[in-house]
Design a binder for this molecule. Structure first.
Ligand code: ZN
Length: 379
């Protein structure tokens, strides 16, 4: 009889043991609750965990919010109200990324210049990507040049409609890498301004809405986030492939992926993109739930890619910013997130070193946004 290698024998032994364990019922297995189980909305256990807690109402260093959606900055009232909230949070500059262009852009620039917050807001220019047809690229690029002359310092936010739903004049879906738009990305490169682009949405929005879907509740609540119907929407990976071809074709353009490109649950994937595309950046808006559930992996990622990551919040809700400060700055355990339909789990602090915090909070933004006011930031 041939001698069995030790490893094989060991494997046979352990797999036999685990097979036996599988046959033996686990304690309590097969029992049914003796009371009606609560629904996903009803079950809200209060935590019994007692651990140190360090809420952070105000960021440790001044912050650039690169993905801001304040109300339109058209009156002194609005600017004062948003500016006051920014002061309390230690937001040094907010990028209005709501994508204004033309007169709407100029009116907001004028209102900010006339306000007491002239050094605290910058505007990104929007692109009209509806009904793209022959000649659209040159026309959109010309409008962008005009908007930058008027004072815009970046492009964005390019919304998820680009790729997901915008149609061309011929009725087909406008692909992210449609060559018609090449003059636009070339103009951004020539002007030296960053392009904030939001592509797709969380991958789970493109998946079947079953009880294994991490975003079941959100998908049940919001009809307009359901993209699982392939007759109506491209697949998540199809959009990612188009996006990656677009980025690779324009290496001279400074790209900022909104929401970490929806790869916050797979940071290694985003890391590979950073490794191959030196002009690629990403901001952290609306994905805090993914960072806060992997504080050790996320901390290492932020340290490794500290020159490529930027702060962005997306929705302007002043009471939500401190959750970000707490995840980034503390080593707190097991604390609440602000939206139950994003995440049914708790968050943990990443405890980022100060040198990394400063780059993510403002250093990288000052580097890639031309002419951004610097008065709110340390040298
Ligand atoms: Zn946005």
């Amino acid at each position: 009889m041939p001698r069995r290698p030790v490893a094989v024998a060991l494997f046979a032994l352990t797999s036999a043991a685990s097979a036996a364990a599988q046959q033996r019922p686990r304690p309590g297995e097969g029992r049914q609750p003796e009371f009606p189980p609560p629904s996903i909305l009803e079950y809200r256990p209060r935590t019994t965990l007692v651990v140190p807690a360090h809420p952070v109402p105000r960021a440790r260093f001044p912050v650039v919010d690169l993905h801001g959606h304040p109300p339109a900055l058209i009156s002194a009232d609005v600017i004062d109200r948003v500016g006051g909230a920014m002061d309390a949070l230690n937001l040094g500059v907010m990028v209005n990324a709501s994508g204004s262009s033309g007169d709407r852009l100029k009116r907001q620039l004028d209102a900010v210049r006339a306000s007491g917050y002239v050094d605290r807001f910058v505007m990104f220019a929007g692109l009209d990507l509806r009904n793209v047809g022959p000649g659209s690229g040159e026309r959109i690029a010309a409008q962008l040049e005009a908007d930058v002359r008027a004072g815009a310092v970046g492009v964005g936010e390019i919304g998820k409609g680009f790729g997901l739903s915008h149609r061309k004049t011929d009725g087909t879906r406008l692909a992210l890498d449609d060559p018609e738009l090449d003059p636009v990305w070339q103009a951004a490169a020539r002007l030296g301004i960053p392009v904030l682009i939001h592509v797709a949405d969380p991958a789970e929005f493109f998946a079947p809405i079953d009880f294994q879907n991490e975003r079941w509740l959100e998908l049940a609540l919001f009809a307009n986030r359901r993209y699982h119907d392939r007759a109506r929407f491209p697949a998540f990976e199809e959009l990612m492939a188009e996006r990656d071809r677009l980025l690779a074709r324009h290496p001279g353009t400074t790209w900022v992926l909104a929401h970490l490109g929806w790869h916050a649950h797979d940071l290694a994937r985003l890391g590979r993109m950073f490794d191959s595309l030196p002009n690629l950046y990403a901001e952290v808006g609306a994905i805090l739930y993914d960072l806060g559930r992997q504080p050790r992996v996320a901390r290492e990622f932020f340290i490794k890619y500290q020159d490529r990551l930027l702060f962005g919040k997306d929705a302007f809700q002043p009471d939500e910013y401190p959750y970000y400060w707490r995840v980034f700055e503390t080593e707190d355990d097991y604390f609440d997130y602000y939206r139950d339909y994003h995440a049914f789990w708790k968050l943990y602090g990443m405890g980022l070193p100060d040198v990394v915090l400063k780059k993510v909070y403002y250093g990288n933004a000052l580097r890639i946004i031309p002419g951004i006011p610097r008065s709110a930031f340390p040298d």
